[in-house]
Design a protein around this ligand. Sequence first.
Ligand SMILES: Nc1ncnc2c1ncn2[C@@H]1O[C@H](COP(=O)(O)OP(=O)(O)OP(=O)(O)O)[C@@H](O)[C@H]1O
Length: 724
Amino acid sequence: MATVVMHKDFQADLKLDGSLKKNAWDLLRKLSSSADSSGLNLKIPQGAIDRRVRVARVNDNFRAVLFAAGTLDEATYVLVAIKPHDLAYQYASTLKMQVNPMNGVFEVLKSADAAPVAEPPAAAPSTVESEPLRLPFQPGELIALGITERIAHRAVEVRDDDELQRICVDAPSWQGSALLDLAFGASLEDVRRTYTALGSETDRGTAHEFGRGEPDAEQLRESLRRPGSQMDFVVFSDDEHMRRILEGDFEAWRVFLHPEQRSVAYHPGWKGSFRITGGAGTGKTIVGMHRAVFLARRSDVRVLVTTFTRNLAEELKRQLAQLAEPEVLARIDVRGVDQLASEVLLRAKDRRTTLRGNDERHYWQRVLDRVDLNEADRQLLTPDFLSREYVQVILGHGVRNRDEYLKVSRPGRRVRLNRLQRARIWSAVEEFERQLSLDDKTTFGKTVVEAAEIVADQRTLDTHRYDHVVVDEAQDLSPAHWRLLRGVVPVGPDDLFICEDAHQRIYGDRVVLSRYGIETRGRSRKLTLNYRTTSEVLKFATGILGDEKFLDLDEEPDSVERYRSLLRGWFPVRRGFRNDTEEQRFIVQQIAEWRAEPGEPGEIAVLARTRTVRDRFARALRESDIPAVIVEDGDASTRRDAVQVATMNRAKGVEYRRVAVVAVDERTVPNDFVLGQSAPEEQDDVRQRERCLFYVACTRPRDQLLVTWVGTPSPFLPEARAEE
Ligand SMILES: Nc1ncnc2c1ncn2[C@@H]1O[C@H](COP(=O)(O)OP(=O)(O)OP(=O)(O)O)[C@@H](O)[C@H]1O
């Protein structure tokens, strides 16, 4: 049996033509079951710079590029690419495979990078004194780290990160990522630790030996285990492993994790809860899914994967199904957190109906119409304010009576209330609850609180039902959600694994985890490499956040510093119009152009701040015969054959290829109506959430972003950069 290794590019090439998958599978099986290369009909391309490179037939038109290494008894095949016949031969001749002599990372280099440069490292220019240089290192320092000579020399000369990214694109992934880390302030030691796992001197010694002569099978295996190698290569352990990786959509996240991601997802075990933070698109959800599967592989465990909404839970289910086999999936429950609460109540035989968002507002309005308020209180006590006070403070802190409410501390709430105001609010709350009970209704907030109370009662089935809980979109969960989650899992190793981004908090007030018996201080990690969005879109999106200050769930400052992407693409397009008709016409025309390009219509989205705007654009598209589907806020279904038109809220956690964010004018983003509904003291926080919402919308596209408005643009729109 031979060892078969696959490079990320091979996987990407397969994605280009679905029909290649079966032929590739046949080739892989043939390679893995062969004792040696005789009978495999592997061709050596002319003029190859590495004598181990081979070309193999995939079908009539396509050829696989691979390396055949190892000994006669222990062959190793490294599959690098699939290309049309002539291109495959030409490409193969330019490649060189090596175990990096400096750090033991396994690499495939393209010819230009494989060749050493003429001048010795010491003679190269230093970048330290010259001002806007991004990499304050000597080429020799980078070379000692394992960066290919030619790349190291070019990298120290770059003037900005765009140029740096161009250099990184063709380099082995670990090198590109490491150079970007260094440009964003990481130290040489940080990079060494992250990508090469060269912690000790002994390890360093072993690595150096790799450079001398041909590595044997054991050395190859060790090299492939290094974190930097695992960004580009996967070693197939058996046919089943190979089948699982090849089937489905070949999504890279299933296999090629960044070392930052892998070290968290596959950590052997934390003593307690763990928290992962990171900007949009850094792979928090992906890491959460890998972690859930890792934990569920232990027999006799029950894992809960939960998130803010039901539609996001559906997406998590889909991702998990790609990662694990049925017997592991059977140990994982995936639920929206409110859905979890409803199920707890249902098991407790509670059959009240739950009010949806707008109905709840109407109940509060009815209550307000009945209570006697002076003008000042009327301004403060809006349905939204009361609803939030009810969820965050009264339900959140388990306040049961007037006296408790008069005394309770209200962290996270910006409005200060005097005793008299609290008394009036309490009367309104009593009236609200009386109305609900008369109508045999409940609210989502109340459901969660009651569910949390049920699990806190040690006798119920739901108490400590799970061994591990993975929480996505954690920044949006309310205090009662956290009490519920705390109750379904006992305090212990790996109890809660929490994924959050403070910059994407778009619901509710900020919560501090330690108040709910969840301790992650000293056990958290931040992801900084964005895998979804191009650098161009990323810069635009982070510009939206401005100088705003953000705190995470442990009350620590969070920022998008060092947040970066290796992907390049178009600059976001921003366009203002004189009236709605002009804006709609432009969007319709743009979407028609996008639709004409390859890809599914469902990969295109139009996002709006309000439902009214959303519906208006959906109509405009349909009137121009462009199939468009309105994705409702609570709707989990997805139709891929129509352009998706949704609110910014609904786009949370989802991604598209191309996104148009529309009606980004000063009255809609931030939303005047929402600001008008909130008390003066709450305005800052509401504005911050509105800003976050716009940030969420603009971080959804993988390729292209378009932002349009009528009249005066949103104050959150970042200034255009000179190069745009
Ligand atoms: N190691 C990886 N290799 C390839 N693609 C990856 C990797 N990690 C993440 N991705 C891709 O990056 C995108 C963003 O990942 P994910 O949704 O997990 O990020 P996130 O941090 O949860 O984003 P958000 O906060 O915006 O919801 C997805 O398309 C995912 O498949």
